[in-house]
Design a protein around this ligand. Structure first.
Ligand SMILES: Nc1ncnc2c1ncn2[C@@H]1O[C@H](COP(=O)(O)OP(=O)(O)OP(=O)(O)O)[C@@H](O)[C@H]1O
Length: 428
């Protein structure tokens, strides 16, 4: 039977003074820095963080995009845009070699490897989707590295950066230069494509970019936190183009996979971590590899700070606040499930409560029934009431339908896990 993933940790800090926590975090960060600089030569600076790029772009242009409508703030001094990446934007750490393959990411990895070796020829576009911190960006960059090594023109861009470039291009009448740049690319890598949804001119321009690259057999790889059909307000013509190639999802790693990832991370830090400690960290249910990496870094930093050997006891102290926060999760409520399911499937909550029997509405309604039963303490009767006064037998039937589909289909299992994850994220 499907065991729904546990909820990710919430941000509440009631049991810990924020000050104490900050002191540990600062000290850990400092210690980590000194550890890593002692152990390995300084790396090429990491890829510029997206936030920095966006912030700079927005500060420079004074452009705000509100509900898909672009507005210009004329009080900010405007500078002409720079269109071309300065290069080196691929993170050197994000290679195929450094990517640990497991059941949860097998398809996404194999597809990424295949397109990197044969760009524009097999899965085009490749659409990678899944929850936070599960390696989508890592795979995107890995494809880029292989392309660059083969001498191809690779462009990695976040959808926010793409949006900002379009806004700038329109503003400074440089749309031709913008198009020219995008049409010279052999491999276009776009991160977090879900953010272009609802931004009219960005979708329009992306649609044309997509078509001209696709016709020319140039490779397009995009990532998203959800499959195309679940991105609200995405234009249908883009949605169908995303579904043209291959959709590959990444899921949270299971225990053995978490172990392998942690071992590899510890090796890359040149740190001998006892297997009991690796096991201790891996045992915590985690929805994100980023979170796992954070736990490992914290344990190493904690040990360095205290000048103590790395033991399970020390690891449990270092991670105490994280685990105790995980235990404080509150259950979802039926109305949170309703709102979350409606948001995920882009179906109005009133339609979920209503009588319409269209397939597009019936399935999300049944998913809501299933998740209300599994994730809240509500009775069949209460769930029926929340869903527009339905009889409890209807709710049981809905639950059974989803349960049976999940038993037969990986795709449905993944879909339900993705809905649940989006509910949990919405709750934080
Ligand atoms: N299978 C894996 N093997 C090794 N490292 C991994 C793996 N999956 C994820 N990571 C690491 O976890 C971190 C987060 O991964 P990444 O940024 O690619 O996640 P993401 O899915 O793009 O998340 P987001 O949606 O938040 O952008 C990175 O440091 C990445 O190297």
């Amino acid at each position: 039977m499907f065991t729904p993933p546990k909820r990710p940790h919430r941000l509440g800090r009631s049991r810990f003074s924020a000050q104490r926590e900050k002191r540990i975090a600062d000290a850990a960060a400092n210690a980590m820095q000194s550890v890593t600089s002692r152990l390995s030569p300084p790396r090429t600076p990491r890829i510029v963080e997206d936030e920095q790029v966006e912030q700079t772009a927005n500060e420079t242009t004074g452009v705000a995009e509100i509900s898909g409508v672009q507005e210009y703030n004329s009080t900010v001094t405007a500078k002409p845009p720079t269109f071309f990446n300065e290069g080196g934007l691929l993170n050197p750490r994000y290679t195929f070699d450094a990517f640990i393959v497991g059941k949860s990411n097998q398809l996404a990895h194999a597809a990424s490897l295949a397109v990197s070796e044969n760009p524009g020829r097999i899965y085009n576009p490749l659409f990678l989707y899944g929850g936070v911190g599960l390696g989508k960006t890592h795979l995107l960059h890995a494809v880029g590295h292989v392309g660059e090594a083969a001498g191809l023109t690779v462009l990695y861009v976040t959808s926010e950066k793409f949006t900002n470039e379009i806004i700038n291009a329109i503003r400074f009448q440089k749309t031709e230069e913008f198009r020219e740049k995008y049409r010279q690319i052999d491999i276009l890598l776009v991160d977090d494509i879900q953010f272009i949804a609802g931004k009219e001119s960005t979708e329009e321009e992306f649609f044309h970019t997509f078509n001209s690259l696709h016709i020319a057999n140039k490779q397009i790889v995009v990532t998203s936190d959800r499959p195309p059909k679940a991105i609200p307000s995405l234009q249908d013509r883009l949605r169908s183009r995303f579904e043209w190639g291959l959709l590959a999802d990444v899921q949270a790693p299971e225990y053995e996979h978490r172990l392998a990832i942690l071992r590899s991370k510890a090796d890359s830090l040149h740190f001998a971590i006892p297997s009991s400690v690796i096991d201790y960290i891996a045992r915590a249910e985690s929805h994100s590899v980023r979170e796992l990496e954070g736990s490992l870094n914290r344990v190493i930093a904690y040990a360095t700070l205290q000048d103590a050997p790395i033991t399970v006891k020390l690891a449990s102290q270092a991670l105490e606040h994280i685990y105790s926060e995980k235990k404080q999760h509150t259950a979802l409520t039926v109305s949170e499930v309703l709102v979350g399911v409606s948001r995920y499937y882009n179906v109005d909550a009133d339609l979920l409560r209503g009588k319409q029997r269209d397939r597009d509405i019936v399935w999300p309604r049944q998913v809501a029934m299933y998740l209300m039963r599994e994730e809240t303490s509500a009775s069949w009767l209460q769930i029926g009431t929340e869903l527009g006064g339905r009889d409890h037998t209807t709710v049981i039937h809905g639950w059974e339908k989803v349960h049976a589909e999940m038993a037969h289909s990986d795709r449905v299992r993944h879909e339900i896990a993705a809905v649940l994850e989006s509910l949990q994220r919405g709750q934080i």
